[in-house]
Write a protein that binds this ligand. Structure first.
Ligand code: XIL
Length: 366
């Protein structure tokens, strides 16, 4: 399902009232003062692989949005916010629909951006036929295998460099796929979803193997939230990585989502990433945003700037941290207000596409 965005209903106004086309609601709040070409340029200059963003198909018809999304060197990587998820890509069993996902993949390729797949198995945004199909273990395992294989196979090599076009990424920078999304609960136990309840944790290996077989050059990831700092859930994820590696299951990376709250960024980011790296996996911040309780204030925006800087500098401090993806770059299209009522303003650009202090925080972090 696509995020249903609140469309502002503008009633017909009396002719005497002038309504600015693009009201600057944040006129009294601080903005960015950074003078840089683009965030990806800054990230690459600092030795990181990319600074990217999530994006969604319905946003691409907004010219103000695409002007910044596609600005040279602003973003070096895209993640489809919804259009590569299971409900979007296999809405009926065996019927695959890639048009929406392809639009994002094609945009990334046309702009020389990396593409992260997102995702092959998750407990949300599943079509009914998966959740209510009453499949037995053998059937559901085959369904997971086929879904991951077909999805990752479809995007195989789409962002990899044709030999004749060295403009694109070097071979080690092929597309990352999040094979598995959110398999753990906060206490470190496995999430009780249709996959775990039917297959136990074996679905994780099935999905990772299917993804890796479909595109051996892709880096296969497990991606979760609340594993950015040390703690029970991060420990469980490290144990999962150890187990998978001991069983010969492919696992290239762990995605730290990074949906943070202003003033509450964990203090153990660097140590935690180093512990993952010691297990032989790379890491990335895959869905970074820093939300606040609305209304935004100058003080909150300044703290948010420091929080973005903290996260970026933590990635910068750990060589295994390959890059950072913001979970969409403007408050206009952030998923936060609809998911966390009363909270928002979580991204580096405001609703009018004006850079906030958080933009400077990102720049300063590299
Ligand atoms: C969110 C999207 O941003 C929304 O548009 C959608 O309605 C729900 O999913 N963790 C994830 C993402 O891994 O896939 C989620 O994306 C946000 C939380």
């Amino acid at each position: 399902m696509q995020l249903s965005l609140l469309a502002a209903l503008i009633a017909l106004a009396p002719a005497t009232l002038s309504i600015p086309a693009s009201p600057v609601v944040d006129a009294n709040l601080p903005g960015s003062t950074a003078n840089v070409a683009g965030l990806d340029a800054v990230a690459k200059a600092a030795g990181k692989r990319y600074l990217g963003t999530a994006t969604d198909n319905n946003e691409l018809s907004n010219p103000q949005y695409t002007a910044i999304l596609e600005a040279p060197q602003m973003f070096g990587q895209l993640t489809a916010e919804n259009s590569m998820k299971w409900d979007a890509t296999e809405p009926e069993q065996g019927v695959f629909t890639f048009a929406q996902g392809d639009q994002i993949a094609n945009l990334a390729r046309s702009r020389g951006m990396l593409l992260r797949g997102h995702n092959c198995v998750w407990h949300q945004q599943l079509p009914n036929w998966v959740t209510a199909g009453n499949f037995n273990a053998q059937q559901l395992s085959a369904i997971v295998q086929n879904h991951c294989s077909t999805l990752v196979g479809h995007y195989k090599g789409q962002v990899s460099p044709p030999a004749s076009q060295p403009l694109y990424m070097p071979p080690q920078d092929k597309s990352d796929k999040h094979a598995i999304l959110e398999p753990l609960n906060d206490d470190g136990s496995f999430r009780q979803d249709v996959f775990f309840n039917t297959l136990g944790s074996s679905y994780i290996a099935t999905a990772l193997r299917a993804a890796k077989a479909a595109d051996p050059n892709a880096h296969v990831y497990i991606n979760d939230f609340n594993i950015e700092g040390t703690g029970a859930k991060a420990t469980a994820m490290k144990n999962l990585v150890r187990t998978l590696k001991s069983q010969g299951v492919p696992i290239d990376g762990i995605g730290l989502q990074g949906h943070f709250i202003v003033g509450e960024v964990p203090t153990t980011l660097v140590q935690n990433m180093q512990e993952f790296a010691a297990l032989g996996v790379e890491v990335a911040f895959t869905e970074l945003d820093v939300r606040m309780t609305l209304p935004e204030t100058a003080a909150l925006l300044e703290q948010q700037k420091r929080d973005f800087q903290t996260v970026v500098s933590a990635c910068q401090a750990v060589s295994a941290c390959v890059g950072i993806t913001i979970w969409d770059w403007t408050d206009k299209f952030s998923f936060v207000p609809s998911t966390f009522p009363g909270q928002g303003a979580a991204t580096p650009w405001d609703q009018n596409f004006v850079k906030k202090p958080a933009f400077d925080g990102i720049v300063a972090g590299f």
